[in-house]
Ligand binder design. Sequence first.
Ligand code: UDP
Length: 260
Amino acid sequence: MQRHDNRSVDQLRPISFVTDIAPNASASVLVSFGNTKVICAVTIEEDVPRWMKMQKVEGGWLTAEYSMLPYSTLDRKRRDISSGKLDGRSSEIQRLIGRALRAAVDLSKIGQRTIWIDCDVLQADGGTRTASITGASVALAIALNKLVAAGKLSASPMKKLVSAISVGILEGTALLDLCYVEDKDAEVDMNLVMTDAGEFVEVQGSGEEAVFTEDQMSQLLALGKKGIAEITQLQREVIAAADQPKDADLQSLTEMFGSR
Ligand code: UDP
């Protein structure tokens, strides 16, 4: 099948991670999957929600928020604040991001802290939820490593790296990492969230006015697993590089804005 950007059926879009783009966050990453770009920022607060204190729950909490910036879509998307409520899609996506990242970290070992994960879509071209999870996982690992380096934790409570990818069936063909033009016409749409150990965290799959067979589902899982393995490798490299000294430009930015 000829994909509109000439990728092979099992080929990911070009992926990049730019770290430290929001220096006031505990850690931040601008993740790109082709034209889909999401700012993922992690802020660690030295406090826990009231319900945790009341119920005397040990450890901390992790929660996520997701939004699409007004100019991230082809037609301007109104901010939720102007309609007075969070739209259903954003709410579903931020709960997915929270669940995925809570699988990555041992909350009983983060101390009395709250981890905020903010995912803001800068440019949307399909797969914004999967890019959010993938970028947030990198930012979370870096933020927790910084707590260890600062002597606030004895070891990183990160249990696994999580990453996510979309797969789908378009005109009968199983495809990896769908962009918007593919996603909007796909008969089957699936989002996979997996760990670096090859375990599943969440599988969301649906036939869009269509059905799919077990055989097709196996094809989609195989494509997804291939993509996740490649993404995991890139995530590891970015996290390892974040521990190295920064280059002069980023260093001066950090000095200008400070960092936590
Ligand atoms: N999209 C959009 N406006 C919206 C919602 C979605 O332009 O309000 C586009 C956007 O490119 C997005 C794609 O539709 O990435 C697919 O949306 P979906 O809800 O499937 O989520 P995603 O694939 O981004 O996780």
